[in-house]
Design a protein around this ligand. Structure first.
Ligand code: VG1
Ligand code: CO
Length: 542
């Protein structure tokens, strides 16, 4: 039986960089999740009888919202729901399932790299039929709908057993509970030279993946241990847990420090990687070398043809604006297109669909390609292993020779988390007002060449996205960028991105923070960040 339930709208359901993210107690308010899911359905057309993919990163509240989504999809008229066993689907795996089975779209439940648990974060995101995050046109419509919604529809029926693979019926609609790993693992086997990677591992190269108690555990175990022959235990924290076992599943030098220290230790593994909550981010560490995500994108692009799935070469590269320009130099050398988009994977979708870009990346530990329409953590790990096997070199050797050939883009991001929202907004407003006066000004030896608030003109659909981050560009290619995060759930997070290009190979061994010290000081001088935020140091430096 289908019930129509009267509801009161919430005014705060505006999707951010990657869907709606809130604390669990916010999501647990009466009808909060239902309102948002119904607002998604109300903003879509033509899904009757079609398939919806549903899955999440296993965090606290995942199963509850999946039950609601299935019953509401049945009530809305979808023909079928495909859901990962146990409610599990990593973000890239969900993207793959949508594409492979020609689904109408998907609902991905995740708050990505934010902690999970009864008082931590949860999120709901809608992905369209190409497998990628809904573009702004749709997220704006969902938000508008959520502000006025007064009823939702739900099938009045018992919960489905999510742990049994098979096809079932919910209020007359088919629900297929699928193994979340198989389709994804098959895709990876098509893209990469598993034989060469297996031989690399068999030759004694020790590889460790830290899944941080989050969704990649089952995927990494199947691929690395079962299919590539790494010894049991090579995947750490491999069971997805509702609270991620207390881990903060953000793969960076702060939250994945244990892994980093282990790889750097004398007898530790040769290669380490970590993923985030929903499996779309990656951190790559080799002995003696942490690979910045911006460099990772450039190196993957430069070596792409070593992987069978990219043997024909790449059509182009896309990166988010704050990501370093390391990849630009590769695109130039390869003679392929280079695209600069706002932060957030949804902006890559059109470029990938149009065949303009093959690989994409963000400085926030995100890399991916046209194999799906999300960034993909394990894909990046396998790409690195494929490159190591193909070049017969260590991570450090690969990175250093890349710098020697292209120059090094010293790069760092400083995050100031949970800053007072008014203070953060005040800082951005003051910066905007200053923009016109900055060009020509000198700060020590740094002279401002240009300054603007980044706006993106999508070359495919002509849409314009304004206010995507303030850039101050200096003569010689150095720059600082200021943005407010669109994924946080308490206060504001200020992100400062700092970059300096160094062509001279004899100067490639400087500590990053030292190499960027003058720019970091200028960033503070221009923005008055420390005074306005009341902080003397960033919360996280990556
Ligand atoms: C952050 C990152 C951005 C990424 C987004 C979603 O957004 O900076 O590059 O696309 O998270 O990633 P923001 O607005 O907080 O800077 V995930 O792994 O949370 O889907
Ligand atoms: Co993520």
């Amino acid at each position: 039986m289908i019930k129509t339930v009267a509801t009161t709208p919430y005014q705060d359901q505006k999707p951010g960089t990657s869907g709606l993210r809130k604390k669990v107690p916010v999501f647990a308010q009466p009808n909060y999740a239902e309102n948002f899911i119904q607002s998604i359905f109300d903003s879509l057309e033509g899904f009757e009888g079609k398939t919806l993919v549903v899955g999440g990163d296993g965090r606290y509240y995942n199963r509850e919202v999946i039950q609601k989504a299935i019953k509401m999809a049945a009530a809305a008229g979808f023909g079928k729901v495909m859901v990962g066993q146990g409610g599990i689907l990593s973000t890239p795996a969900a993207s793959n399932v949508i594409r492979k089975y020609h689904a109408f779209g998907g609902i991905v439940l995740s708050a990505s790299h934010n902690p999970g648990g009864p008082t931590e974060d949860f999120g709901i995101k809608y992905n369209i039929g190409n497998g990628g995050p809904a573009p702004e046109k749709i997220t704006d419509a969902i938000y508008a709908r959520s502000k006025v919604i007064d009823t939702y529809k739900i099938a009045d029926t018992a919960d489905l057993d999510l742990d049994k693979v098979g096809t079932f019926k919910v209020a007359g609609m088919a629900v297929e509970v699928i193994d979340p790993v198989t389709d994804y693992a098959e895709l990876m086997e098509q893209l990469f030279d598993f034989g060469a990677i297996r031989a690399l591992i068999a030759s004694g190269v020790r590889v460790v993946i830290d899944s941080m108690g989050a969704v990649t555990g089952p995927y990494a175990t199947e691929i690395l241990e079962n299919r590539l022959g790494a010894p049991e235990g090579s995947v750490r924290n491999a069971t997805p847990l509702p609270d991620f076992g207390g881990h903060h599943p953000d793969p960076n030098l702060v939250h994945a420090k244990e892994l980093y220290d282990d790889v750097m230790s004398k007898d530790g593994p040769h290669f380490g990687a970590a993923s985030d909550g929903d499996g779309d981010r990656n951190m790559i560490v080799g002995k003696g070398m942490f690979v910045t995500p911006s460099d990772s994108l450039a190196i993957i692009a430069a070596n792409a043809t070593l992987a069978p799935g990219y043997a024909k070469g790449i059509a182009g590269i896309a990166r988010s604006m704050p990501t370093s320009a390391a990849a630009d130099r590769v695109a130039e050398k390869l003679g392929v297109g280079m695209y600069e988009t706002p932060t957030g994977w949804k902006f890559f979708g059109n470029l990938l669909d149009a065949g303009k870009a093959t690989v994409c990346g963000e400085e926030s530990f995100g890399t991916g390609s046209d194999h799906v329409r999300e960034k993909d953590g394990l894909w990046a790990v396998l790409f690195w292993l494929n490159i190591m096997a193909g070049r017969n070199e260590s991570v450090a050797e690969i990175v250093k020779s890349h710098w020697a050939e292209y120059g090094r883009n010293y790069y760092s991001r400083h995050d100031y988390e949970e800053v007072d929202s008014d203070a953060a907004n005040g800082m951005m407003t003051a910066l905007r007002e200053k923009l016109a006066s900055l060009p020509g000004q000198s700060f020590g030896s740094l002279k401002v060449a240009a300054a603007d608030d980044f706006a993106y003109h999508d070359p495919i659909d002509g849409s314009v996205s304004k206010n995507q981050g303030i850039r101050v560009l200096f003569e010689g290619g150095s720059r600082v960028v200021f943005r407010l995060s669109g994924t946080g759930t308490s206060g504001a997070t200020i992100r400062v991105y700092v970059e300096r290009y160094e062509p001279d190979a004899s100067k490639h061994d400087i500590d990053t923070q030292v190499a960027l010290a003058d720019l970091i000081a200028v960033a503070d001088e221009i923005s008055d960040l420390k005074k306005r935020s009341g902080r003397d140091a960033p919360t996280v430096i990556t």
